[in-house]
Design a protein around this ligand. Structure first.
Ligand code: 13P
Ligand code: SF4
Length: 299
């Protein structure tokens, strides 16, 4: 399958982007592997005719919005991030009525419809920087309450109003599970994604996006790490650091939607060019504004 994928990719002038949470064999055949922010920047700049995005639906949508002339294919159209939908109907309009100077800050893990109602997008690697750079005092942070409250603690000068969305995978990691690992590996440093609950962040040595966790582990002199994020990062962590040890809380966090990407589904979409992400022009021109603002403010 790998040989066939590489052949078709060349023939059709396609490029494969994969998130760190995609299965290891999919990461292996991808041209670009990264966190949400890196992949959004790549999606905007690639020149291939076809982008095959191995992530979840909102990532494919963002790629299409940022690079509208490309054909964006996703290996499985049902691979969706549950958190991307977690904002109650009418909530954004209600907040805008309540605060004159409100900025709606939208985590990139959100539907195109939510982006259309937002002022700026953020990812876990640039949220603090972007919120700090905004002139607005009042911020409605959607959809993730955990990333939102992490940002609120880093930027106390802003009034950050939280929404009650969450990532079901990261929110399942408990402080108790982490402490259990810590008992088994007392010297291990705890590296945590900000989508985790506050109690987990409080007992962590480092908090960052998937790419930041990977960089931290690589640069660190320490030899053992407890990783509080989705298990797909282990592929890069172990590849970069064969002499270091990585442990995950039990049960090991696994995003079933990300795992819908497979060599078989990648090959299928390259062959039949089905599962195209379609966005209408009106949605694309509105949803592009917060994405472009993110790219500008994060520069
Ligand atoms: P990052 O890619 O920003 O680390 O976010 C993780 C995530 O949950 C993506 O769905
Ligand atoms: Fe969504 Fe969480 Fe899966 Fe990321 S890990 S795609 S935030 S459900």
């Amino acid at each position: 399958m790998k040989t066939e994928i590489l052949k078709l990719k060349k023939e059709k002038n396609a490029v494969i982007l994969a998130h760190y949470y995609a299965p290891a064999d999919v990461q292996e055949i991808a041209d670009y592997v990264g966190d949400s922010f890196y992949l959004a920047k790549i999606a905007k700049s690639v020149e291939a005719d076809i982008i095959v995005f191995c992530g979840v639906r909102f990532m494919g949508e963002s790629a299409k919005i940022l690079n509208f002339n490309k054909k964006v294919l996703v290996p499985d159209l049902t691979a969706d991030c549950p958190m991307a939908h977690m904002v109650a109907e009418g909530k954004i309009a209600e907040m805008r009525r309540r605060y004159d100077d409100l900025a709606v800050v939208c985590y990139i893990n959100s539907t195109a419809e939510l982006k259309c109602q937002s002022d700026v997008c953020v990812t876990s690697s640039n949220a603090v920087k972007i919120v700090k750079a905004l002139e607005n005092k009042n911020i409605f942070f959607i959809p993730d309450k955990n990333l939102g409250s992490f940002v609120a603690r880093q930027v106390p000068e802003k009034n950050i109003i939280l929404n009650d969305g969450f990532c079901p995978i990261h929110a399942k990691i408990t402080a108790e599970q982490v402490l259990k690992e810590k008992e088994k590996h007392p010297d291990a440093k705890v590296l945590t994604h900000p989508e985790c609950e506050k109690e987990v962040l409080e007992i962590s040595d480092f908090i960052g996006s998937t790419a930041e966790i990977i960089d931290y582990a690589k640069d660190s002199r320490e030899k053992e790490f407890i990783i509080c994020t989705e298990e797909g990062v282990s592929c890069r962590l172990m590849g970069d650091n064969p002499h270091k040890k990585f442990f995950f809380p039990e049960p090991c966090p696994c995003c079933v939607d990300m795992k819908l990407n497979s060599l078989k589904t990648v090959l299928d979409v390259l062959q039949n060019e089905e599962n195209e992400i379609i966005i209408d022009e009106k949605t694309r021109s509105r949803a592009m504004l917060p994405l472009d603002k993110m790219l500008e403010l994060a520069r």
